[in-house]
Design a protein around this ligand. Structure first.
Ligand code: BJW
Length: 245
């Protein structure tokens, strides 16, 4: 990897680093992204149309089946060399935060200790009415329908953030703080289209951080960042870590 000497020095000197990640971070682990082509059973659906409270109200079975399919994909996935490079990077700097839009838990599996989940976690269920975490839902009569909350019998849903819903306040505030204090922010595998998370790299840029993008495709922030590397995360992150030394 060609690394400009000035960038290398900024990376070496960085005391506070934020890794801001999106679905492309998990692509090489076998978890499909949102806006790249969908395959199989779900190719007829636009994921953005399924990730809304209205979609769940309209057809809870359809949304539940989509999440069951995704849970299977996530359960079969393992972190790759890029996830591990971030976990190793954390050992080398005083303050290292992963702020992820991903719901798959792969950063934690790779050993990252400080992970802010901005869009929730697909492994948890919550009650769609009362919002509390449900660990032992009551099975629905039909297999393809969501199970029920044992307290109020409302359907349970995955503990993820759908369009129109607020991000978890603590994680969001912590991400804003981390971006505001960062010397370096890595923006990895995100299309940068979904707000408010997409504003995190720009917050870091505006307060003087070096922002380094890793993505095979250009994004809306490519022209503004300090440096943009075009390529896959599993390949480029270990190279970047090695180049920093
Ligand atoms: C690789 C790779 C490899 C491939 N290596 N890279 C301001 C302006 C306009 C609209 C809004 C706005 N503010 C809010 C909105 C509305 C809306 C929004 O942003 N809409 C836009 C789409 C227009 N935002 C919201 O509704 C948010 N809520 C909100 O604002 O609430 C306000 C509120 C406040 C107070 C009270 C109540 C409400 C919520 C957004 C929630 C997003 N949820 C989802 C689903 C999560 C659950 C689940 O997983 O099912 O989050 S949608 C989906 O998009 C998911 C992702 O986290 C998110 C971002 O996608 P991401 O990660 O960038 O993936 P892709 O697929 O888009 O891109 C993959 C990238 O990887 C590509 O660039 C590839 O090139 C790259 N890649 N292979 C590296 N190997």
């Amino acid at each position: 990897m060609e690394l400009d000497e000035e960038i290398r020095e900024r990376l070496r000197r960085a005391r506070s680093v934020v890794a801001f990640t999106g679905a492309g971070m998990s692509a090489e682990s076998g978890v499909p992204t949102f806006r790249d082509a969908q395959t199989g059973l779900w190719q007829r659906y636009d994921p953005a149309d399924l990730a809304t409270p209205e979609a769940f109200e309209r057809d809870p079975g359809l949304v539940w089946r989509w999440y069951s399919w995704r849970r299977e994909r996530v359960a079969a996935a393992a972190p790759h060399a890029g996830h591990r490079a971030l976990a190793e990077w954390e050992q080398r700097v005083p303050a290292f935060v992963v702020a992820t839009q991903n719901v798959d838990g792969l950063h934690q599996q790779a050993g990252s200790g400080r992970v802010l989940e901005l869009h929730g976690n697909i492994h948890r269920n919550i009650c769609s009415a009362e919002r509390g975490v449900v660990t032992e839902p009551v099975p629905a009569g039909a297999d393809d329908q969501p199970p029920r909350c044992p307290q109020c019998a409302a359907p349970v849903r995955p503990d993820v953030v759908w369009f129109g819903e607020a991000l978890p306040e603590q994680a969001w505030q912590a991400a804003i703080r981390a971006a505001g204090e960062a010397d370096v922010l890595l923006s990895i595998g995100t299309s940068g289209l979904v707000q408010p998370a997409a504003s995190i790299p720009l917050m870091a840029l505006e307060q003087g951080a070096a922002v380094i993008e890793i993505n095979p495709e250009p994004t809306p922030i490519t022209e503004r960042v300090t440096v943009s590397f075009r390529g896959p995360a599993a390949e480029l992150l270990p190279q970047l870590l090695a180049a920093v030394g």
